[in-house]
Design a protein around this ligand. Structure first.
Ligand code: PAF
Length: 260
């Protein structure tokens, strides 16, 4: 363990710590997460520590970004394991609020995501980005970071957050972090934990197909190849923001990926 990590569960306790850091002119870096942490998350912590004096990570499985039929209930949770990983990565403070701390009036989205939320994920998860924008706005109000780091794995989310921060004049610098992949190129995701061994083999084909498609391949051919690899349904494979973005299902698990 690198640090004695502080564990904080209320906004009041959090603000006592951040006030004292601000009084010392320390720059605060923030990594919001939903826990079930993997090396992708730890790379965000590393980037936060490179760009700030203190790193706060939040762990909060945000109900408003899940539709009723989605995996909120079964989303993996591992407070003890996550805290140990964060301490090992040099995190100074982990903020693990109860839902009432974030949503005192009940879990409703109060921030409307902007244009970046339209299309792609927005077509398949129409309430998702309002939930993300709402929780990130709330967490920024409580943490009051100077910088915040988000993974490019959720590339559309990163655009939604940049837009939200600009629209609400939040004065937080947003840093995008490159996708971390396993030895087979599969983008790390907490949802990979849902996959059986056969499903994992299929999942590992997605990045290869996307990579071939970025080199001039055709999207229709990519969709056929993804289905042939063992994916059961494709939500989209589309070009936007100079990238190729994809979302596809293997059984009950939905995976996303994107490439420049
Ligand atoms: O990317 C995530 O894990 C979540 O969408 C976030 C940004 C922590 C908001 O709940």
């Amino acid at each position: 363990m690198k640090n004695d990590i502080q564990i904080v569960r209320t906004a009041a306790d959090l603000s006592r710590v951040t006030e004292s850091w601000k009084a010392e002119n320390l720059k605060i870096g923030f990594v919001p997460t939903m826990g079930a942490l993997h090396d992708g998350h730890l790379s965000l912590v590393k980037l936060a520590l490179e760009n700030a004096d203190r790193c706060i990570v939040s762990i909060f499985v945000n109900p408003t970004q899940f539709a009723p039929h989605e995996d909120f209930g079964r989303y993996p949770r591992d407070e003890v394991g996550d805290t140990a990983k964060l301490a090992g990565a040099g995190t100074h403070l982990v903020y693990m609020p109860e839902a009432k701390e974030i949503y005192p009036d009940g879990p409703v989205s109060t921030i409307k995501a902007g244009k970046a939320a339209q299309g792609l994920e927005g077509d398949f998860r129409p309430t998702h980005f309002d939930g993300v924008a709402t929780v990130v706005h709330r967490l920024f109000e409580q943490v009051r970071p100077d910088i915040a780091v988000f993974g490019e794995k959720d590339f559309q989310q990163l655009q939604v957050i940049r837009e939200m921060v600009a629209a609400h004049n939040m004065g937080v610098e947003i840093i995008g972090a490159p996708i971390i992949r396993d030895a087979y190129g599969l983008a790390l995701s907490s949802r990979n934990a849902y996959l059986s061994a056969d499903e994992l083999n299929a999942a590992r084909q997605l990045n290869l197909i996307l990579s071939a498609t970025t080199k001039g391949g055709n999207i229709q051919a990519a969709k056929s190849a993804v289905l042939a690899a063992g994916f059961t349904k494709i939500d989209y494979i589309e070009r936007r923001w100079g990238r190729l973005l994809a979302a596809a299902w293997i059984g009950k698990t939905r995976l996303i990926d994107n490439m420049e």
